[in-house]
Ligand binder design. Structure first.
Ligand code: IPM
Ligand code: MN
Length: 361
């Protein structure tokens, strides 16, 4: 097949990790006979520096005309330490999600057998973990109005707003995924305090009863979920939650797998999907060839499967990453004594992908 992929490397380690994912995609293209064409575009702090806008119109056009989007990371410390900055890199990411209609963020959390000891949690707790978080991505407190400051500046406010429609569309995707997996959805909310959470419970409960009676639904308060996630991660199958809770619990969940550098994500909703690692731009690591490329490479696997329907090729990438972990071909975050650079790990995985896909063809 012939496909066009928009590549948005972004800031910090973004360009290095997206480059490794492209190697894996090229390996797939070469050995399976596909043609992937890449078009680069600016986003984040690098876009602010170049054109004064973290998500320029030109980038939007590149995204809208692509079959899928591969995204690195955004963020720069010069904005983190300046609360008065009017234009921030993060605004680019949020606008991109909103404008492209990417209302559902999918973050799988799997603990690889060889990494059971890499987690600060006990191996018997993390071993066998396999769940996926469905995070609502274009609503809630990230976007709700009103937000801002009182006139004298002494009060600031954000609003957590959700409509039934926003809840239903992301929930449907979570229930469909549950049917393909362990058939269980855990709704994470704060319905004992928040009105918006009570709407989630009511709406998701109705949807489950009417359309997914075969899927088991459990509801859990977010504080309890934060605890359960690291006490008994095997107890989860599909986690469904709002924007901010999803942001927080997925960073927490990354601890289970041993490194934040291993978790991929897909953002879907409209016709073009966006694929990115869940980690940030790690500016301290930029240009040092130390960043773990696996999260982005695994995001490329999600891209192939979700946007192009290339499941076998996606699985070859996943297998190649697993082999690299088993063979100890890993970056410093995974093994601080014996490690390789970002490029070397990327090359190793791409070579394995080529072997695996060729063997299958
Ligand atoms: C993420 C990030 C973003 C978020 C930031 C950079 C705006 O933390 O994708 O999880 O909070 O959604
Ligand atoms: Mn986050």
């Amino acid at each position: 097949m012939e496909k066009k992929i928009a590549v948005l490397p972004g800031d910090g380690i973004g360009p290095e990790v997206t480059a490794q994912a492209i190697k894996a995609l090229d390996a797939v293209a070469k050995s399976a006979g596909h043609k992937f064409e890449y078009e680069n575009a600016l986003v984040g702090a690098s876009a602010i520096d170049a054109v004064g806008d973290p998500f320029p119109a030109e980038t939007q056009a590149v995204c809208e005309s692509a079959d899928a989007i591969l995204f690195g990371a955004i963020g720069h410390p010069k904005y983190d330490n300046d609360p008065t900055a009017k234009v921030r890199p993060e605004q680019g990411l949020l606008r991109m999600r909103k404008v492209l209609g990417l209302f559902c963020n999918i973050r799988p959390v799997t603990c690889y057998k060889v990494l059971e000891d890499a987690s600060p949690l006990k191996a018997e707790i993390v071993g066998g973990t396999d769940f996926v978080v469905f995070r609502e991505l274009t609503g809630g407190i990230y976007f709700g109005q009103p937000r801002g400051r009182s006139e004298d500046g002494s009060i600031a406010f954000d609003s957590m707003v959700y409509s039934k429609e926003e809840i239903i569309r992301v929930s449907r995707l979570a229930f469909e995924a549950a049917r393909r997996r362990g058939n269980r959805v855990t709704l994470v909310d704060k319905a004992n305090v928040l009105a918006s959470s009570r709407l989630w419970r009511e709406t998701v409960g109705e949807l489950a009863k009417e359309e997914y009676p075969d899927v088991e639904l459990e509801c859990m308060f977010v504080d309890n979920a934060a605890m359960q996630l690291i006490q008994n991660p095997k107890g989860f199958d599909v986690v469904l939650t709002g924007n901010m809770f999803g942001d927080i619990i997925t960073d927490e969940a990354s601890v289970i797998t041993g490194s934040l550098g291993l978790l991929p994500s897909a953002s879907v909703g409209s016709k073009v999907g966006l694929y990115e690692p869940i980690h940030g731009s790690y500016p301290q690591g930029a240009g040092l060839d130390i960043a773990n490329p696996c999260a982005t490479i695994l995001s490329a696997a999600m891209l192939l499967e979700t946007s192009f329907g290339l499941t076998a090729e996606a699985n070859a990438i996943r297998k190649a990453v697993e082999i690299s972990l088993e063979e100890g071909y890993v970056t410093k975050d995974i093994n601080a004594e014996r490690f390789y650079g970002t490029e070397a790990v990327g090359d190793y995985i791409a070579k394995k992908v080529e072997e695996l896909v060729s063997a299958e063809a």
